[in-house]
Design a protein around this ligand. Sequence first.
Ligand code: ADP
Ligand code: MG
Length: 683
Amino acid sequence: MITGSTDVRKLSGVGPKKAEALKRVGIGSVRDLLEHYPRAYQDRTTFTPIGQLQKDQDFQIRGKVIRLVSGNPYPVKKQPIRLQVEDATGILEVVFFNARYLTGFFKKGRVYDFYGRVTASLAGLQMIHPEFSEASEDEAPGILPLYPLAAGLSQKDMRKWTRAALSEISDLPEVLPAPCRERQRLCSHRYAMEALHQPPGKDSLKQGRYRLIFEELFLLQLGLTTLKRTRDQRKFDESIKKTADGESFTQSLPFPMTGAQKKALSEIYQDMESGYPMNRLLQGDVGSGKTVLAEAAIWKAVNSGFQAAFMAPTEILARQHLESLTKDFSAFGIRVAYLGSGLTASERRKTLEGLAKGTIDVVTGTHAILQERVEFQQLGLVITDEQHRFGVTQRSRLTEKGWMPDVLVMTATPIPRTLAVILYGDLDISIVDELPPGRKPVKTYGINSNRREKAYNYAEKEIQAGRQVYIVTPLIQESEEISCLSAEETYEELTKKWPDYQVGLLHGGMKTEEKNRIMEDFYGGRIHALVSTVVIEVGVNVPNATVMIVENAERFGLAQLHQLRGRVGRGPHPSACMLIVGGNSKVAEARVKIMTESGDGFYIAEKDLELRGPGEFFGTRQHGLPTLKIADLIRHRPIMEKARDEATLLLERDPELLNPEHQELLQELNRLFNWEDEGSIQL
Ligand code: ADP
Ligand code: MG
């Protein structure tokens, strides 16, 4: 007997090699295998009479081979194998190129099944390289699933393994409550799984898919509703009002705030003064100046007698916040500390003590702040920067460290309002839709890789003029499988090319101390050119940097390219972004074109959506929700609404899911929403 958590290697036919290949598509357990849903199906239920074939569509035919060209056992190189296949309604030509291995396979006079795309040639209709098998007594093969594959896996493997898994698995839990299934007329979980992997017909396939989509959205809604409920229970409380006047902080800044910043700040301050806990999402494009708004909120909280926590997704960003808080608060005697890796045991202990006793006012850091041992004396404000990297639970774990603290989540990822409502529920939204004055748009160029020299010459001139440059590569190390530049190679190359300048290397595989040292040198202007992987993607602020070179730009998504470009153009000097494109993919070309056309994050996000389709764009992982394996938040909205109603109903009847009938559901929910130490952290 096997269960969902059984290792796939227990299935017959899955050896170490195959297991390795399965790992590449994220399959380790039997459950992973069964939840690796087909991406499409081949309709092989019927045979189309040859006389009814149409070009440019996929068909299955059954016919007799009546003529065979190239029966020659030593075919001339590249001589194709041509068959003429006949049924009662006509004749079709079937062609295989470079297929010596097929020599002698087909026999004149025998009947075979072929499945493939029908194309038009001068001689009439053809099938080129169809799938084929000798016709058996049986009916047609039926509806065949097509799985997303990796090298070393075949559709046949996948079909065989899922079949075996389904027949042997003992636990395919039914998580949907019976009344809900009845109301929504949903089939059972097992039926659905079987229908997806071995569809007996189109109707069952449809029913099965519907059921699994519903289930996934139901669990999502249930989880989100539970999280939101905790939030909704917060009530008015006089004691949480933050009343200090923030004016003296904003006065202390070296620049006046933009109109958009002022508006967002007044919304934030109103919340903080209200006596109801703030729940606000602050959206603003890269470089729009969100950090000072966070500081202004922290200033107000601290001067009203509270502590604040400021959480960032990477060490680099957290350290950068530490720097700017320390600097901007130095005149006010606000005590700032840091929590993350790279601290000595005694430094850490001191910070923990200070937070518990209230001798530290603000802590900035990574998810280290979430750890259980971190206690606050009076936590009144929680800010997460680049929020999309954090899970929903991570956020709520932080708020539990205080008594109804204000919550501000900041993001540069534009989220369409409809989706924001699902993801953030009752969060209020402020938008900073204006860049500080004097910012010049970053000139953006798409460059063919055989002209990369140009980009580097430009960068060299900028370094000569006292500026700094970033070079971002997709890989840390050279790889045999993927042909693109690695950070290490590029670093080697540049140290040779620019002996007079200091070149630095930064990537996620380095030790924290080393990364910190490199970043400090870059902040301090001691490193002129920083070669890095995407560790610098979010938030890094070095206004003296004016050139961003992205190697193998085709490997990055639009949102990422926009974030990367956002690292330059942050100071008074004109800046440039060079996207070096290897190969010639249409998508890469389209992305580069959009990047050269616009600097507006919202516009780029919209285009991204068009290019990629909603499923991938909202690959919900980056929003910290469980990965959706079959449902699509945009396409399946109507199902989502039904699922939400059912979730609400269930929670009204059994708010804590204590009913014995709901135990499997509760377990499943915990499994899905338990991101505990999972890596939404990038460094
Ligand atoms: P982001 O919104 O991407 O987090 P930052 O907060 O890092 O942007 O701000 C980018 C840069 O703009 C910083 O150097 C910051 O000091 C500066 N800045 C912020 N607001 C203003 C302003 N109103 N006028 C001029 N510069 C500003
Ligand atoms: Mg920022």
